[in-house]
Write a protein that binds this ligand. Structure first.
Ligand code: NAP
Length: 291
């Protein structure tokens, strides 16, 4: 049996980030300044705090500025909207990331949709989603686009394949299903009401785990030779798929950690860089034209 190939998100990310650092150093030497990513964290969710710190550090490492806006747990929707409007109006800010999830009293969708389209480097607005659905230029949700970049980087053919995506959240499963459709896969999008999930997963040439439940997708559901992408990240450093057991049967698989996670941050940096560079060549609407 052929052994499976690890989709090395860490190594690919390093390549992407080196490229970003080089481009930004050049832009700086030309007197263009540096991009700034503004990150808003509402409340004191320790996991969110860790993610935000990782993003801030990643910005620094590639020579990007970051603005960290911390808001208290009791923040209201109106207060958060006002903060987003301020960042929208600030010409020195190129990208805005509102860390998900926000405390329950906040209308998260309303706040996401307040982010100016040209600063929506996390691809969370309804308009960006609509543009993606129409296969037109937009910034993409970072995690699914990170997975697509991995497929492309390893030359994995998507066209004509049957992809089964498990999970339909607006930032992950649903846009991933659309991206794979745009790449000419035949896509089955599964969720908590799906019947016969194991049977559906068994038909997949490409499986995407985006459920948020540790090792929920079992190794014996996976077809021999399938490409396995695990977006999940759960307590104990495990994904949503039984990856350790999948290694023997998949053609390609993402490890957890070191697979999809680093790619998510790299896409965020990449899209912030494009937003910054677009100021100087406004014809380039987004990186979609570089695909
Ligand atoms: P989410 O918003 O909680 O969505 C989970 C999805 O899974 C929902 O669509 C839900 O279906 C579906 N689901 C739940 N139970 C199911 C079941 N028994 N059978 C089939 N589907 C089921 O989660 P998310 O934000 O998309 O995140 C998913 C995972 O990705 C988590 O592990 C998260 O930590 C990880 N993540 C990783 C990154 C990264 O950078 N690596 C970024 C974001 C998220 P319904 O729609 O029917 O409720």
């Amino acid at each position: 049996m052929k052994s499976s190939i690890l989709l090395d998100g860490k190594a690919i990310s390093e390549k992407i980030r080196n490229r970003i650092a080089e481009t930004l150093a050049k832009a700086k030497s030309e007197g263009k300044g540096v991009p700034t990513l503004a990150t808003i964290l509402v409340g004191d969710n320790p996991a969110s705090e860790t993610y935000v710190n990782m993003k801030v550090k990643a910005c620094e490492k590639v020579g990007m500025g970051s603005r960290y806006v911390r808001m208290k747990e009791e923040t209201t929707t109106e207060e958060l909207l006002a903060e987003i409007r301020k960042l929208n109006a600030d010409a020195s800010v190129n990208g805005i990331l509102l860390q998900h999830p926000v405390p329950h009293q906040i209308d998260e969708r309303l706040c996401f949709d307040e982010i100016a389209l040209e600063k929506d480097v996390d691809g969370v607005t309804t308009i960006s989603f609509g543009k993606l659905s129409m296969n037109s230029e937009a910034y993409f949700p970072c995690t699914p686009y990170g997975m697509v970049l991995l497929l492309q980087e390893y030359g994995i053919e998507v066209s004509g394949k049957h992809a089964v995506v498990v999970g339909r959240s607006p930032i992950l499963g649903k846009p991933m299903a659309i991206m794979l459709t745009n790449l000419n896969a035949t896509v089955t999008l599964c969720h908590s009401k799906t019947k016969n999930l194991p049977e559906l997963v068994k038909q997949a040439d490409i499986v995407v785990g985006a459920v948020g439940k540790p090792e929920f997708i079992k190794a014996d559901w996976i077809k021999e030779g399938a490409v396995v992408l695990d977006a999940g990240y759960n307590v104990g450093n495990v994904g949503d798929i039984e990856i350790s057991k999948v290694k023997d049967k998949a053609s390609y698989y993402t490890p957890v950690p070191g697979g999809v996670g680093p790619m998510t941050i790299s896409v965020l940096l990449l899209q912030t860089m494009y937003s910054f560079l677009n100021q100087f060549s406004p014809k380039l609407d987004s990186h979609a034209s570089n695909r």
